[in-house]
Design a binder for this molecule. Structure first.
Ligand code: PNS
Length: 158
């Protein structure tokens, strides 16, 4: 079985993430969406909330599963017998950062990284920008799944 992992913070998942997850699911037998447990970074949604959201918005893609992890991504890959990581690249500056991480991950473990160009429709999109726009009352519909839109409004209101 060909397996790949789509890792990230997903705080919250955006339509850009979903595009990469969906396209990966067409290429691989099984896609594991891995949510980083990062105690050093404050987040809007808890890890378990993010997992519930990811499960809801990927429920129609049968070969996607959602898990959490802490520590090194390559350890998670080894523990779950996943030989490759897929990363979306939005802009050239993403590549600088991702290349270094991909090379380190390969050096540490032999786990490969595949880069997938983001759909240009979403190349400007990030979870941080979505939160900022929503926090100040801007409209994020079309940038995130409807469920996330609803939850963002609930969470950030008042
Ligand atoms: O959505 P994000 O926050 O850009 O995702 C970053 C993530 C989770 C993919 C990255 O920070 C990660 O893999 N963290 C786990 C720790 C690790 O393995 N670091 C790489 C060392 S080269």
């Amino acid at each position: 079985m060909r397996r790949v992992v789509c890792p990230g913070s997903f705080d919250p998942v955006t339509n850009g993430h979903l595009d990469i997850i969906g396209r990966s699911a067409r290429l691989y037998d099984e896609v594991t969406v891995a949510v980083l447990i990062n105690v050093e970074k404050s987040s809007l949604f808890t890890v378990d909330e993010r997992i519930d959201i990811l499960q809801a918005v990927t429920k129609d893609i049968p070969n996607v599963k959602v898990r959490k992890f802490h520590g090194l991504l390559v350890d998670f890959c080894r523990q779950n017998d996943i030989p490759a990581i897929v990363k979306g690249i939005r802009v050239v500056s993403d590549f600088d950062y991702e290349l270094q991480m991909a090379q380190l991950n390969y050096r540490m473990s032999g786990v490969e990284t595949l880069f997938m160009p983001t759909n240009p429709e979403y190349s400007f999109l990030s979870s941080s920008r979505v939160k900022e726009i929503a926090r100040y009352g801007g409209d994020v519909s079309g940038l995130v799944p409807d469920l996330v839109h609803k939850l963002l409004i609930e969470r950030l209101r008042g």
